[in-house]
Design a binder for this molecule. Structure first.
Ligand SMILES: [Zn+2]
Length: 140
């Protein structure tokens, strides 16, 4: 039986372990969870700094080591240190493209944006791919 969105959010929260590195950047302050099409769950945590790795990408490294890069659902969370409240975060633009490039079918994946709020990756990435439009005529 598939897990609920709430359970996937809880799995992402389990990946949180926020702490600050010597250079001031944060690690594991964002956690993510993915549900593969075969039902397996993978989690990951962010690595901050100027060479940052998003939590979603971290979770994908676990996914591709085990199964196909195609997912059903994805969620990322962050807990506000000021009040301890857990928040769902939308994937950044790089992660949206990253998920699409790994498998075009991921455009059908559901991105959890809140307790009762999901959108397909296609809705969050309405013009996927890189389009080169000529601005001049062929010289040949
Ligand atoms: Zn990202």
């Amino acid at each position: 039986m598939p897990i609920t969105d709430e359970e996937l959010i809880a799995a992402a929260a389990q990946a949180l372990n926020p702490r600050q590195l010597a250079d001031g950047s944060w690690v594991a302050d964002v956690g993510a969870a993915l549900e593969a099409v075969d039902g397996q769950i993978f989690t990951g945590a962010s690595i901050g700094g100027y060479l940052a790795v998003c939590a979603e990408q971290s979770a994908f490294t676990q996914l591709v080591s085990t199964t196909s890069p195609r997912i059903r659902r994805v969620v990322a969370v962050w807990r506000d240190p000021a009040d301890g409240v857990l928040h769902v975060l939308p994937p950044c633009g790089r992660c949206r493209e990253f998920m699409r490039v790994l498998d075009q079918a991921n455009l059908d994946a559901q991105v959890i944006l809140g307790p009762d709020h999901t959108r397909s990756l296609a809705e969050l990435l309405p013009l996927p791919g890189w389009h080169a439009e000529a601005v001049e005529r062929s010289r040949g």
